[in-house]
Design a protein around this ligand. Structure first.
Ligand code: SF4
Length: 755
């Protein structure tokens, strides 16, 4: 599990030179965000980056982290690269597939059984390729990363939206799709459009019931779920320096809920305390040597309006505890207004379950503050009214808080400790309820609270708050209770009030753990066999895609002309299909089943030109493939918008679609298609979309002289013998044309590795 001090040293060695060059080139002082980004630019991309916001820029991240659901396809693809080891330090974390039902031990054993083939695959592929493997029960990816791998001034990508959690330790950490993780592990650069910058100035100091969670709950209320889109949020000011590193992690984690690319805090004494406390004194000592570069320049923080695109100021001394929800994390209520909001909106006031923990809020500080409330329930003879669960973020935290007696306190209050995993946060929760049709309320210290997120029940009103507020509500069982001002009746009929929470930033006796659940990779993985059962329905090794045949594409059949919105969810649906995300052939049975066919305004019903019959898209495509006939998919504007899921590009490629012709592409999907060796082209004149008919056979000409900026020609042969011909555009650069010719980017890397 050892962090890589040499790697961090190398990052810091180039830091000062890069920052000085950037200051000179831009002629101005720099924010922390700019410094970290400039320090991680791929060689040659500096000028594009300095002209902020104009273009996508290539970066070289220091680390990759993957959770078990998204890691499957990322690693199956990585195996195609033919590398003996990953190009940058990488880890896999088994946290998403454990269902919370009874309690930690039973649930963990059930998960090990149900997901055995996935865990065996991930353990063996990690062992072979030099990847650190965190077993089921070891903890949640973001907490484990914060405890072990995050470092100030670093850059990490992770295959999970809450990867920004590591910003609490001063890292630019960004959530990405599996294809991006695969690229970086294979040694390719990673591109990002240079973000906008939002500055949040924190003044004052937290006290009483208010906590770091309330900072992000308030920011979410100000910026809303869209306000951070395309931006990195940088926190600074004396208030920022007063927050613990784990509290900062909570704030950065939940920055995902405002759509931010990521969030970050500067390196300070609190970060150093956390690094030392988690046995990483070496990193703190190294960071101290360049600490002026691990925070924004003083001129920037003195006049933030001149350097950030937007500035928000929050006085921590005046910040009230918040409760956000229901159904959206940006509906922010200061606790003094919450009871009235519950009554006015007729939300169910009876609280059925309080849930604390998750990757967002399970630090030692969080647990001790919540436990100080739980202890009062015991001492003051209060009977806990709602169900109450605790999800530790890592085995290290669980072991330490257990050793220090806090889990015992929760048990006395009636709490149930769940496995160190995502569980209820991601809907892996077999909630016990007598009537799912009843409108009901739950409150969590997690981050997301969209309808059905936790228990799949649209009648559940989920609210989000700090762990100490959640604990107080669980005791009261009533959302109109204000723990700051109201009293509760105890079992002896007395009126009692809860005192303010008390917590400890770090364990006095230090962190401890018996078995952290880490498996180090083999030194030499060449003999390790990757375990995939050929009969598995969830996992399938990939075969390389075929190279281009060297001729124009002729006689392609129109598979579907999709009408209107066609997101990656229309192309590769989620929900029940996610269990096949490691099995390309099986998940391909969802290909384009959500897209609307222009010819009959129906989803998943297209004409098979070989039979004249209408049938589902995947079955029709498989029939063409069986007959050795290539096909083309035609689409509308912004084709492939939405999540960056790589399956939406891999499935058509796997099933034999040869080209995607659309009015315009969502950029990430277009890049994903290119990486898979697919031809993605756009109508030069969008009106030509109307010329495409249901029974067309289609040629694509000009591929033998395929070159950047040079149009190709599409010829439509209609059923009545007439034809149309028009120009189409593409955005392939020289390297991407090589990807197309080789049948995919990984085929090229494999060839290079073999030489
Ligand atoms: S605990 Fe929740 S937010 Fe955190 S990684 Fe797991 S599912 Fe995502």
């Amino acid at each position: 599990m050892a962090f890589d001090l040499d790697m961090i040293k190398k990052v810091y060695d180039r830091y000062s030179t890069r920052v000085a060059a950037a200051r000179k080139a831009t002629g101005k002082p720099l924010t922390l965000t700019e410094k970290i980004l400039y320090a991680h630019l791929s060689e040659g991309d500096a000028q594009k980056a300095f002209a902020r916001g104009v273009d996508y820029v290539d970066f070289a991240p220091d680390r990759v982290a993957m959770q078990d659901a998204t890691a499957q396809m990322a690693l199956l693809q990585f195996m195609q690269a033919g590398r003996p080891k990953v190009a940058v330090p990488s880890t896999v974390h088994c946290d998403h597939l454990i269902q919370a039902k009874i309690g930690a031990e039973v649930d963990l054993n059930t998960a090990k059984d149900t997901n055995k083939e996935v865990y065996d695959f991930l353990a063996s592929v990690s062992d072979k390729y030099g990847i650190g493997f965190w077993k089921p029960g070891a903890g949640i990816i973001h907490q484990v990363v914060l405890e072990n791998y995050a470092f100030p001034g670093g850059m990490m990508i992770g295959t999970d939206s809450h990867t920004p959690n590591a910003g609490g330790l001063g890292m630019i950490a960004i959530g990405v799709g599996g294809a991006d993780a695969c690229d970086v592990m294979a040694g390719l650069p990673w591109e990002l459009k240079f973000p906008k910058l939002i500055g949040v100035k924190l003044t004052g100091k937290l006290s009483g019931w208010s906590s770091a969670k309330d900072v992000i709950l308030k920011v979410a209320g100000i910026l809303t779920v869209k306000g951070g889109t395309g931006a990195i949020v940088e926190y600074f000011g004396e208030g920022a320096r007063s927050l613990s590193a784990t509290g900062k992690g909570t704030i950065c984690n939940m920055g995902a809920e405002i759509g931010a690319t990521t969030s970050v805090f500067g390196y300070d004494e609190k970060a150093a305390i956390y690094l030392r406390g988690t046995k990483r004194e070496g990193i703190a000592a190294l960071a101290d040597t360049i600490k002026e570069h691990l925070t924004g320049d003083a001129e920037v923080y003195a006049n933030p309006e001149q350097y950030f695109d937007q500035v928000i100021e929050i006085n921590l001394s005046e910040l009230e505890p918040h409760v956000n929800g229901p159904f959206t994390p940006d509906l922010a209520w200061p606790i003094s207004k919450f009871a009235a909001a519950v009554k006015e909106n007729n939300w169910p006031a009876t609280l059925e379950v309080g849930l604390i923990g998750s990757c967002t809020n399970s630090s030692y500080e969080d647990i001790t503050r919540a436990a100080s409330i739980a202890q009062q329930a015991v001492d003051k003879h209060l009977k806990t009214k709602a169900e109450f669960t605790i999800t530790p973020g890592s085995e290290q935290v669980r072991y330490t808080v257990d050793r220090d007696g806090y889990l015992g306190t929760f048990a006395e209050m009636g709490g149930v400790v769940l496995a160190n995993a995502c569980g209820p946060c991601i809907g892996q929760w077999a909630r016990h309820t007598d009537d799912p049709t009843r409108k009901n309320s739950i409150i969590t210290s997690f981050n997301r609270n969209f309808a059905k997120r936790q228990d799949g029940n649209p009648n559940t009103h989920a609210f989000v708050a700090s762990p100490e507020i959640v604990t107080a509500f669980a005791i009261a069982g009533d959302l109109t209770f204000n723990p700051l001002t109201d009293t509760l009746t105890n079992e002896q009929g007395q009126q009692v009030k809860l005192d303010e929470p008390q917590g400890l930033e770090m364990p006095i006796k230090g962190y401890a753990v018996e078995d952290a659940g880490y498996q180090a990779p083999a030194e030499d993985g060449s003999k390790v066999e990757v375990k995939v059962d050929p009969k598995s329905s969830r996992l399938q090794l990939l075969d390389p895609f075929a190279a281009w045949e060297g001729t124009d594409l002729t006689g392609l059949k129109l598979l579907i002309k999709a009408k209107g919105k066609c997101t990656t969810d229309h192309i590769s649906m989620a929900g029940p299909w996610l269990k096949f995300r490691g099995h390309l052939d099986n998940i391909s049975n969802n290909m384009l089943i959500g897209a609307i066919n222009f010819a009959n305004n129906t989803a998943d019903s297209v004409k098979n030109q070989l039979t004249g019959e209408y049938g589902p898209v995947p079955a029709t495509q498989r029939d063409y493939k069986a007959h050795g006939i290539g096909t083309i998919v035609v689409g509308d504007e912004n084709y492939g918008e939405g999540s960056s899921r790589e399956h939406a590009a891999m499935e058509p490629r796997h099933l034999g679609v040869r080209a995607i012709l659309v009015k315009s592409f969502a950029r990430i999907h277009e890049t994903n298609l290119k990486k898979q060796g697919m031809l993605g082209i756009t109508f030069a004149d969008p009106a030509d979309y109307d010329k495409v008919q249901e029974d067309d056979s289609i040629d694509i000409q000009g591929l033998t002289s395929f070159a950047p900026g040079k149009q190709l020609t599409v010829v439509l042969h209609h059923k009545d013998g007439s034809s149309d011909s028009f120009a189409v555009n593409h955005t392939y650069n020289a390297q991407q044309i090589e990807w197309f010719k080789a049948g995919g980017a990984l085929n090229i890397i494999r060839k290079q590795m073999a030489n």
